[in-house]
Design a binder for this molecule. Structure first.
Ligand SMILES: [Fe+2]
Ligand SMILES: [Fe+2]
Length: 195
């Protein structure tokens, strides 16, 4: 089953609230712009951006049932910070319910909430678009929007910093992949003399 973008939108709309749907459209648009800016695949960026939160509005009981049904292994942090589940569950949902077979798209959806070490260009585009889509409003978002189109890695570091600060301010658990993701880019920049 291969759905066109329009069909994916119609289906997604029935699986989330209005606000989340508008956010998804915003991420789709920003992801397409970033992909065009960095010579990445615009179509893949659109699809991954649109569907990144496709499991986000399922109620948590249902999410946990799906996790069990699909045999998704949750780590200790994901078991406690349940908002993180919609990443890996979203990838499985995009594959099963929206007919997405492309591994790059599925991986970008899977890791969009935590980030990861050694992210692909598409992974970075989706993570960042989620942060800076037009509907987002928080101190520093304008800076990040500008940075995103100048230096993708620099903007990703900004997004990680902002996530880490937010998690600390809430006294929540910090996912190790967020740290690995941030460290990876910093070390890579250092070794390339771009630090
Ligand atoms: Fe999300
Ligand atoms: Fe999102």
């Amino acid at each position: 089953m291969k759905m066109m973008l329009e069909e994916l939108m119609q289906k997604l709309k029935t699986n989330m609230d209005e606000k989340r749907f508008l956010h998804s459209l915003g991420v789709m648009k920003t992801a397409a712009e970033l992909a065009a800016c960095y010579n990445a695949d615009v179509k893949k960026a659109e699809i991954a951006g649109l569907l990144h939160d496709c499991a986000r509005d399922m109620d948590i009981e249902h999410q946990l049932k799906m996790v069990e049904y699909f045999g998704i292994l949750l780590d200790d942090i994901q078991k406690r910070e349940k908002v993180l589940i919609h990443g890996p569950l979203g990838a499985v949902t995009a594959e099963r319910d929206y007919g997405i077979a492309d591994e790059e798209i599925l991986n970008a959806i899977k890791i969009h909430t935590t980030g990861d070490a050694d992210m692909s260009m598409l992974d970075k585009i989706i993570l960042l678009s989620d942060f800076i889509e037009p509907g987002r409003c928080y101190p520093g978002v304008e800076d990040l929007r500008v940075k995103a189109f100048i230096d993708l890695d620099d903007a990703i570091i900004g997004a990680f910093d902002s996530t880490i600060r937010y998690v600390l301010s809430k006294g929540s658990l910090l996912h190790p992949k967020t740290i690995s993701g941030r460290n990876f880019i910093l070390m890579q920049r250092e070794s390339e003399g771009r630090a």
